[in-house]
Design a protein around this ligand. Structure first.
Ligand SMILES: Nc1ncnc2c1ncn2[C@@H]1O[C@H](COP(=O)(O)OP(=O)(O)O)[C@@H](O)[C@H]1O
Ligand SMILES: CC(C)(COP(=O)(O)O)[C@@H](O)C(=O)NCCC(=O)O
Ligand SMILES: [K+]
Length: 251
């Protein structure tokens, strides 16, 4: 079995797959290193032969988690590293090392799955869009605040925007004009994300006509699904790219 980890700015997404056929043994989303170890250790008949990781966290946090994985499960962690080119995709950044590794792996995974031009939109802590042309050239992309950041900026920089998580969840049952603060903020931010997605799709259409595939990923992708009916929702897109970047021999 292989442990796969996607360490974003807010959460760690993890899964355990069988090395031979990549079938999924377990997985989840946790908010700390300790919760990760507890969740993985709770899997029955766990037999890890390796671990691969993508992280957009600091070097210190990333190596601390690698050390914890080694100490807890006895496996070395292979951490995806920036490269100029892989699997037919060429990194489009002026300095390829600066492109977020989650974005790069999402682009790799998308191009692998689509085999043609693709637009990857990832709604995590930040909202990201990345463009890969039909010949594999990564054209670059866009970054703006995602749902958690927009929400917390409003809460932090205003005096009268205050509400709890439960009412936030209830507010998203509809996108009609809000009749309370929580509805107005939550629905307004979702419309911002949807507008972001629509604009990216328009731009992809201007570049490529109808010959492209749209991928939606990240924890908040479901909030945007209705605005992009043609998109493929692929929650594990980054893991697709991670397996390509960090192959682990099965024994
Ligand atoms: N089970 C879940 N636990 C926590 N957040 C979730 C869950 N499912 C969806 N989300 C949403 O996912 C968002 C975080 O997305 P994610 O892609 O994990 O971000 P990041 O990679 O930046 O850590 C949160 O804002 C939350 O709304
Ligand atoms: C843009 C990001 C902060 C997104 O992080 P996430 O929302 O996945 O937690 C991450 O991809 C990153 O740190 N990128 C480096 C900067 C760049 O891609 O230009
Ligand atoms: K991410």
């Amino acid at each position: 079995m292989i442990l796969e980890l996607d360490c974003g700015n807010s959460f760690i997404k993890w899964r355990v797959i069988h090395a031979a056929d990549a079938t999924i043994n377990g997985g989840g989303i946790v908010d700390s290193d300790q919760a990760l170890v507890a969740a993985v250790a709770a899997l029955s008949s766990l037999r890890l032969i390796g671990c691969r990781m993508v992280s957009v966290r600091s070097e210190e946090e990333t190596s601390a988690l690698c050390a914890l994985i080694l100490a807890s499960f006895g496996v070395e962690v292979s951490v995806a590293q920036p490269v100029k080119e892989m699997a037919g995709v060429r990194n489009g950044y002026e300095d390829y090392q600066r492109l977020g590794m989650d974005r790069w792996l999402g682009a790799l995974g998308a191009y692998h799955l689509a085999g043609r031009a693709c637009l990857v939109i990832d709604f995590g802590t930040a909202a990201k869009a990345d463009y890969v042309a039909a010949d594999g050239e990564h054209l670059g992309g866009y970054i703006c605040p995602g749902m958690p950041l927009m929400r917390s900026q409003l809460r932090t920089h205003t005096r009268r925007i205050r509400y709890d998580d439960a009412s936030a969840e209830r507010a998203l049952g509809s996108l009609a004009p809000g009749r309370s603060t929580v509805e107005a903020v939550e629905r307004g931010c979702v419309l911002m994300l949807q507008g972001f997605a629509r604009t990216q799709i328009e731009q992809a259409r201007a570049l490529w006509g109808e010959d492209f595939t749209v991928f939606l990923t990240g924890g908040d992708a479901p909030l945007v699904q209705d605005a992009a009916p043609q998109a493929r929702i692929v929650p594990d897109l980054v893991f697709v790219g991670l397996a390509m970047a960090c192959p682990i021999e099965s024994r």
